[in-house]
Design a protein around this ligand. Structure first.
Ligand SMILES: O=c1ccn([C@@H]2O[C@H](COP(=O)(O)O)[C@@H](O)[C@H]2O)c(=O)[nH]1
Length: 618
């Protein structure tokens, strides 16, 4: 961990159960390989993870069992260590490659823009060679225009200590916003391919299906069915991601799936025991008799826990390799000047730990303070306008104190700009927000998972929560100003900060954090936590800017006839569709760029202007 990260507080710990084959799993690290500098409970870095894995491998060897390392994508975008360099990832590709990952795959973030697709092909795939799997992803070679597999489709191998035969895949969900130099094949089509049909007939002792796929998404369901149909008794371990949550799903008593959170907060632990080695090539009675057990832990990524699980301490834990990688991270952060402050945040602003609207909500801040200031341009400053942003654009809370170069990318890593349609009749424009937020039938006609699924406007954390019955229409309720909140399944919280405002009486020795409930129960987290309340927020927020002034007597101003409809470009497909249904028939030709800077750069400029100060640093 970086020097200066406070020591995590002692907390009640749950141990790891070992099986014949064990997995350490990271997913959706989004460039947070330097760990969380403002949150000690997630402050271990990729170097510490390397030390941890080395010790755990030695333990596995002692026990005569196997340990595999898995990463399920979205390694990029979301932290200055990746985003602040030019080219992006100048430091992180070298840092990530230091961990000898056994199976890794691609996330949707590796595919948003052509440059990152190319870097994945030219850097990460060769870095990991046979470990990199691309079961449903192709690359378009720039020199030839040929469509080739981004990496190998699957991998069959024998484990080191148990000699188990494993067939592993690496999938991505049916992502349809990939850059033009990549092609994502739908999982339903991939499973018809000859190579896949051959792979599921390889008769291994265990299938390992890795994927940048939420555990409750249809893609894993489909893969489970097709593999199980051909292999009645073979254990299947799924390792997924994308939803940014901790989760464990049972498909049947021989097939389970783990998801290991986000942003290097969590190292997932999955163990499988009771695997019977197959006699030669057949589905034998022995295999049928096998009754594997699957266990899971979600490890809070801090040194206190990593020491606990290895039985080591501050002196004995760091390996030379791990320490070197921690130094690489510190060097990269320094060269990128990530700790340089743009300003000083006067208070904490929460994504889902505060109700919307409220003074503690980052989205109220965005709607009331930021959008009116940045969704503007000199030549149209007096034109009344509506400015719309999706809440998924904001990726992380803002903590009181220094708002740094790093914070900018942590809060909003995207390269989106503001687009606009000018002179839209207000009668049509004013109906757009409600439709985006789930009011009316417009978007309900689109299939879940399709390009216009409005879930894609919010953070993955929220749509994962929204799949639970008690928050089925979370975004609509939030828009209607009905607070929707869930106890538990908490997100991050800096150690040492005060209560969550719920007034709940806390056990003195628990700190707030994840309290995961999954298909195996509520004892998955390696650290017992006090729960955090999760409040759903709307899909989009909107500011009215330069509207006719309110009258002296306190009455609202007149409605404008026409407005500029300004929106973050990511939201454009939804905005155009909503406009069609509200009487404004516009197409992409009617859309123009409103401002040339990215929203992230405009946000940084707003911080500099409005939160000036160094937080009292000497
Ligand atoms: O340009 C973009 C791209 C994505 N988003 C938001 O992110 C989620 C997807 O998050 P994952 O970590 O990435 O896959 C998407 O649903 C959008 O809400 C965005 O706002 N802008």
């Amino acid at each position: 961990a970086q020097p200066g990260a406070a020591a995590p507080v002692a907390a009640p710990m749950r141990d790891l159960d070992w099986g014949q084959i064990n997995f350490l799993h990271t997913t959706d690290t989004h460039g947070w390989h330097g760990g969380h500098l403002q949150e000690p409970q997630y402050s271990a870095d990729w170097g510490d993870y390397i030390s941890f894995a080395e010790h755990m491998k030695a333990k596995a060897d002692e026990k005569g069992v196997d340990l595999l390392l898995i990463d399920t994508g979205d390694r990029i975008e979301g932290n200055g260590l990746y985003d602040a360099s030019d080219p992006k990832g100048k430091y992180t590709y070298d840092i990530v490659r230091e961990q000898p990952i056994d199976v890794l795959c691609t996330g949707n973030h590796e595919l948003y823009i052509e440059d990152s697709v190319r870097r994945e092909h030219d850097i990460t795939v060769p870095n990991f060679r046979d470990a990199y799997l691309a079961s449903n992803l192709d690359y378009i070679e720039p020199q030839t225009g040929n469509q080739i597999p981004q990496a190998r489709r699957y991998r069959k191998f024998k484990t080191k200590n148990q000699g188990l035969t494993v067939v592993a895949f690496g999938f991505l969900f049916d992502f349809d916003r990939a850059a033009n130099n990549s092609v994502v094949q739908k999982v339903e089509d991939t499973i018809k391919e000859d190579w896949f049909q051959k792979a599921i007939r390889e008769k291994p002792d265990l299938f390992v299906v890795t994927g940048h796929v939420g555990l409750r998404m249809k893609e894993f369901e489909l893969l489970f069915k097709v593999i199980r149909q051909e292999n009645w008794y073979t254990p299947i371990a799924f390792l997924g991601g994308h939803a940014h949550v901790r989760d464990f799903r049972k498909f049947d008593d021989k097939a389970y799936a783990i998801a290991s959170g986000r942003y290097m907060e969590t190292i997932g632990w999955l163990s499988v025991d009771g695997i019977k080695k197959r006699a030669k090539d057949s589905e034998t009675a022995i295999a049928a008799a096998a009754s594997p057990t699957f266990k899971r832990r979600y490890i809070d990524n801090n040194l206190y826990g990593l020491h606990h699980h290895t039985g080591l301490n501050e002196t004995t834990f760091p390996t030379e390799h791990g320490r070197n990688v921690t130094q690489m991270i510190a060097k990269g952060r320094k060269e990128l000047k990530l700790d340089q402050a743009y300003g000083c945040a006067p208070q904490d602003l929460w994504m889902n730990r505060a109700e919307f609207p409220s003074n503690a909500s980052v989205f109220t801040w965005l709607e009331e303070q930021v959008l009116p200031a940045i969704a503007t341009r000199d030549d149209r400053a007096d034109v009344p306008r509506l400015a719309i942003a999706n809440t998924g654009m904001i990726r992380f809370d803002i903590f009181k104190g220094a708002f740094t170069v790093d914070s900018t990318y942590i809060v909003s890593p995207f390269i989106s700009k503001f687009n606009y349609i000018q002179d839209v009749p207000y009668s049509a424009a004013k109906r757009v927000l409600a439709m985006l937020n789930g009011g009316g039938p417009v978007f309900s006609a689109f299939e879940a998972g399709s390009a216009l699924d409005t879930r894609y406007l919010v953070s993955p954390e929220q749509w994962a929560f929204a799949e639970r019955p008690q928050v089925a229409n979370a975004a609509a309720a939030a828009e209607a100003r009905t607070p929707v909140h869930l106890q538990g399944d908490g997100l991050q919280k800096p150690l040492g900060s005060e209560g969550d405002g719920s007034g709940s009486k806390k056990k003195p020795d628990l700190i707030t954090g994840y309290t995961t409930k999954d298909d195996l129960g509520d004892d998955g987290d390696d650290t017992e936590h006090e729960p955090i309340t999760f409040y759903a927020v709307p899909n989009c927020v909107q500011s009215e800017i330069a509207f006719p002034a309110a009258q002296q007597d306190g009455q609202g101003g007149e409605e404008p006839d026409k407005v500029d409809l300004v929106f973050v470009d990511y939201v454009q497909p939804w905005v155009l569709t909503a406009l069609k249904f509200s009487g404004g028939d516009y197409g992409t030709d009617d859309v123009a760029v409103y401002r040339n800077q990215t929203v992230t750069d405009l946000l940084a400029a707003w911080i500099t202007d409005h939160w000036a100060g160094d937080c009292g640093a000497k």
